[in-house]
Write a protein that binds this ligand. Sequence first.
Ligand code: SF4
Ligand code: SF4
Length: 123
Amino acid sequence: MSDSNPCLTCGACCAHFRVSFFWGECQSAGGSVPDDSVVPINTTFVAMIGTDRKPARCSALMGSIGQGVRCTMYENRSSSCQDFQASWEQGVHNPQCDAARAAHGLEPLEPPLEPGISPDRVA
Ligand code: SF4
Ligand code: SF4
């Protein structure tokens, strides 16, 4: 995001969905995710601890939803976390972002009024 990252005052998706991914992303398998931050959910997938239950909240999330949050393992987060984008980031609507925010009483993000500056017109 350009000037302000809405995720820093949100965190809803880290406290709504089950955040699961292939176990091969764990450090013991050569990946980045600490093994003690996950629980197995079947023979193929693991989930971030805290997101495997309702109400969900990833154990790596610090702060208050809708106010100020931080992922304490940002550099080591899974591909599921890396791939989840805030709505309208790079111009793409993400209904799952809206759903997570709604579950925490937050309005959906609005598309930017000026998505890009038009190229100069050549006379
Ligand atoms: S729900 Fe959307 S805005 Fe909130 S932290 Fe997740 S991606 Fe960012
Ligand atoms: S690892 Fe970080 S980005 Fe992923 S769900 Fe947990 S707090 Fe959110």
